[in-house]
Design a protein around this ligand. Structure first.
Ligand code: ZN
Length: 181
């Protein structure tokens, strides 16, 4: 096995264990790992498989925010490059939800290009979920607000990667049609 294959197998195992009891908020309650798999696949596709660290970060990107994993643990297991990428897309959970969402819009443009790619893949996956299996308690207005927010964040990612930006645009338009946004 090459180093990249080992890295990805290890990241997949780590993510599956850390998120084992989590499911997506959508009505079909998909296992959380489905989201992580989709994000890492979108990154793999966009980079032609050329950035294994970024693809691994796709699997790990919600671990600090949503599980007991820490930055130190990810750095020890996967190195400082991957840990830094995950940290770049991790919200400060001590802040209220609306404040975290506002800060994402405010700060995204200052992030590294690879962190922006990760954010684009994350939001693309989230929009697919909102389209295919929206949370049962989300009103049409709530969906439209999420769409508008996702647009604001990805506006700050302009120029990061054409493939990912096009993928986001396609699912965003489908959502906009569906939700009359
Ligand atoms: Zn995510």
């Amino acid at each position: 096995m090459t180093g990249a294959t080992l890295l990805l197998a290890k990241a997949l195992d780590f993510a599956a264990r850390k998120h084992v009891h989590q499911r997506r908020k959508g009505e079909s309650r998909e296992p959380y790992i489905n989201h992580l798999a989709q994000v890492s696949w979108l990154l793999a596709e966009a980079t032609g498989g050329g950035d294994a660290a970024l693809i691994a970060a796709g699997l790990l990107h919600d671990a600090i925010e949503d599980t007991d994993a820490t930055f130190v643990e990810i750095e020890a297991e996967f190195g400082s490059d991957i840990a830094a990428l995950v940290a770049e897309v991790t919200d400060d959970k001590s802040l209220p939800w609306t404040e975290r969402k506002r800060l994402q819009v405010k700060h995204v443009a200052t992030k590294s290009r690879r962190a922006k790619m990760l954010k684009l893949a994350d939001l693309t996956s989230n929009l697919h979920s909102v389209l295919e299996s929206p949370p049962a308690d989300w009103s049409p207005e709530r969906k439209r607000r999420y769409l508008a927010w996702a647009r604001e964040v990805t506006d700050g990612c302009r120029g990061a990667d054409t493939t990912l930006e096009e993928g986001f645009e396609t699912v965003w338009r489908r959502c906009a049609d569906e939700f009359d946004a």
